[in-house]
Design a protein around this ligand. Structure first.
Ligand code: SAM
Ligand code: SF4
Ligand code: SF4
Length: 341
């Protein structure tokens, strides 16, 4: 499959599709406000529309799709979309990122629909911390949901933890040990100053180097796993063979290899997590654009792409959150829960 390349020679390979901007948690690093402006219901893409766009992206080189949100399991009848997507011959990986709250009930249906892999976000093993972090009391459901993924027959499960100083940075070892029991590969994500993270500050970021020190302090030698990949996580192996990852988006970004773009639930296409503007694909789609017209729109966007958002942020001397709250309220597309993580 030939793939369109951007100005830095990065291929268009990975599409993250947000299927809803709604969420049943209120993580303090993503949705800290009391009220949100939601995308209008009539603007949310129907599954057939998403499927049509995925076909176009596949023709341009996309071979990996991740469903995300908001909370993707809130989208009614999601297994129907999964069936449409996994049936496409061009895709070698179709995964979902979920907060796990609704997973226990849905894991068997996701598996039956043919979904390849599941990633669950899990920031803490302590119920009271979960409640402080998410303003919800559904920690038990998340743990049950994680168990249900394995019980449903999935393999290759991942757990994603956003590490925040003074919040959960004392749980890395506990989380590694928990992940072994699932079994799943845990990945520690540096706290990012993306839209939604309006309370972000550099002081709260636990760097990859600090995380490695904490893990080494407990397990001794930690070896890097040598591999060539565009995946964001650097992987490490513990003496007992357990592998974990660190996604160092804030202190050591990986923009040079980034093959990811993002489609929002209402059909806006973004070339970077940090991009302030995107391309409307819903409008042309609903006005009856041909496949060639859609391909040309997407090719034009990707071939002009120069985005290296996280690197540009790292170069700043004074770093405050990317978008201030007033601007977020005026344009919900800047929110992480709209754009998909
Ligand atoms: N609701 C689902 C979930 O939480 O898994 C999917 C959408 S969520 C936006 C996707 C990922 O983005 C989650 O793993 C979340 O922890 C991560 N995320 C959100 N805000 C973040 C931030 N400020 N820094 C780092 N990761 C963040
Ligand atoms: Fe938390 Fe994901 Fe919801 Fe954001 S979208 S508030 S990260 S569960
Ligand atoms: Fe890719 Fe943008 Fe993230 Fe860099 S900041 S890795 S270019 S999405």
């Amino acid at each position: 499959m030939t793939s369109v390349q951007d100005r830095w020679g990065r291929r268009l390979g990975n599409l993250r599709i947000s299927v809803t901007d709604r969420c049943n948690l209120r993580c303090q690093y993503c949705m800290p406000e009391d009220e949100y402006v939601w995308l209008p219901r009539e603007e949310i893409l129907h599954f057939e529309e998403v499927s049509r766009l995925v076909d176009v992206f596949i023709e341009l080189g996309v071979d990996k799709v991740r469903l995300t949100g908001g909370e993707p399991l809130l989208r009614r009848d999601l297994p129907r979309l999964i069936r449409l997507v996994v049936a496409k011959p061009g895709l070698r990986d179709v995964a979902i990122t979920t907060n796990g709250v609704l997973l226990a009930a849905q894991a068997p249906d996701l598996r039956a629909a043919g979904l390849h892999r599941v990633t669950v976000s899990l920031d803490t093993l302590r119920p009271e911390r979960f409640t402080a972090l998410t303003r919800r009391t559904t920690h038990g459901e998340v743990l049950e949901g994680i168990r249900a993924v394995t019980a449903a027959g999935f393999t290759g499960t991942k757990l994603d933890t956003v590490v925040i100083r003074g919040v959960n940075d004392d749980e890395l070892v506990d989380l590694i040990e928990f992940a072994k029991t699932v079994p799943a590969e845990i990945r520690f994500i540096e706290y990012m100053d993306v839209g939604g993270a309006t309370r972000w500050s550099m002081q709260n970021v636990v760097s990859r180097a600090e995380m490695l020190d904490a893990v080494k302090g407990r397990y001794g030698g930690v070896e890097p796993v040598i591999e060539v990949t565009t995946a964001p996580a650097d992987r490490f192996r513990l003496p007992d063979g357990t592998v974990f990852g660190i996604i160092s988006s804030t202190t050591a970004p990986f923009c040079a290899d980034c093959d990811r773009s993002r489609l929002t639930a209402d059909g806006m296409w973004y070339l970077c997590l940090y991009a302030l503007a995107g391309t409307d694909l819903r409008g042309p789609l609903r006005r009856g654009a041909t496949t060639e017209e859609l391909k040309s729109l997407i090719t034009g966007g990707w071939t002009a792409r120069t985005d290296r958002g996280a690197e540009a942020r790292l170069a700043l001397r004074e770093r405050t959150p990317l978008v201030q709250i007033g601007r977020l309220k005026a344009d919900p597309h800047l929110e992480m829960h709209t754009r998909g993580g």
